[in-house]
Design a protein around this ligand. Sequence first.
Ligand SMILES: NC(=O)c1ccc[n+]([C@@H]2O[C@H](COP(=O)([O-])OP(=O)(O)OC[C@H]3O[C@@H](n4cnc5c(N)ncnc54)[C@H](OP(=O)(O)O)[C@@H]3O)[C@@H](O)[C@H]2O)c1
Length: 291
Amino acid sequence: MFVMAVRNQSAAFELIMKWQDERHGTSLLSVEVMELNLLSLASVVRFARAWNSRSKPLQVLINNAGIFSMGEPQKFSKDGYETHQQVNFLAPALLSILLLPSVVKGSPSRIINVNSIIHYMGFVNTDDMNFTLGKEKFNSTKAYSSSKLAQVMFNSVLQKRLPPEAGISVLCVSPGTVHTNVTRDLPKLVQVACNFIPLFLFSAQEGSRSALYAATAPEIPEYCKALKADEWPTCAYISHDCRPTRAANEAHNTRAANEVWEKTMDMIGLPLDAVEKLLQGEEVMCKYKDS
Ligand SMILES: NC(=O)c1ccc[n+]([C@@H]2O[C@H](COP(=O)([O-])OP(=O)(O)OC[C@H]3O[C@@H](n4cnc5c(N)ncnc54)[C@H](OP(=O)(O)O)[C@@H]3O)[C@@H](O)[C@H]2O)c1
């Protein structure tokens, strides 16, 4: 059974009906839709609580949703965070940790984060994740690349904190350059121009290859285990053509990655030992309560 966690449930139902029609009634799709708005950390807590209360195993979590508001002015969520940081990084980080009780039940299980090669351009300033202190002047490319690099750094620490016996593989994947709705915030004229270049871009199906490979390939758990045993500083990173690849140099800086971890745990309202507590079956309180 698959669950689509989305902010627009009716659009998801329409999509599922379209997929069902395309199967010409061969078999019924088993896809459930649940509400999740990554612009609200309370929504993340609510989703995780609802899922965990089923006491069912979660074998694969794919953090796919993301925004790249190209050319848009700086915006903040109700939680007070710059929106690229919140949607692309902070909310998926909170979700991954709060769902650990179910992910442990699904072991051997996988947490997959849809990242981007743009993380190679990124820089994370833990003193100014919101780009408000003026040291790093805001633009959407900086915010996007920073959120994607922070995601690699945070998940690298997460995979280290998970003991091998938990049987959880943590990965980041790059989808490549894909013809999707990611250009939705560009001026209309540029969007029209983008419609003429799909020949140079992957289709959405092609763009999903690395995430599907990470989710299903039988060699992935062994690969992640080997990286951990070798004390490789980052989590596994899979390229658009489904090959293990090296994440950005900055992600190999263990001290910087730990700083990102600590800052993030504070921003998402969790105690620093949340992972260890959840693995021991203890309750963990999040500041962003399910209201
Ligand atoms: N396209 C590329 O070339 C490319 C390259 C590298 C990495 N990526 C990454 O690939 C992933 C998918 O992006 P895409 O290209 O498929 O872009 P997309 O077509 O714009 O899809 C983004 C998805 O994220 C969802 N989303 C956005 N804000 C959300 C929120 N607040 N709560 C819940 N869901 C939210 C959107 O839901 P709605 O439908 O409700 O808006 C949509 O389903 C992202 O992480 C992106 O950074 C894409």
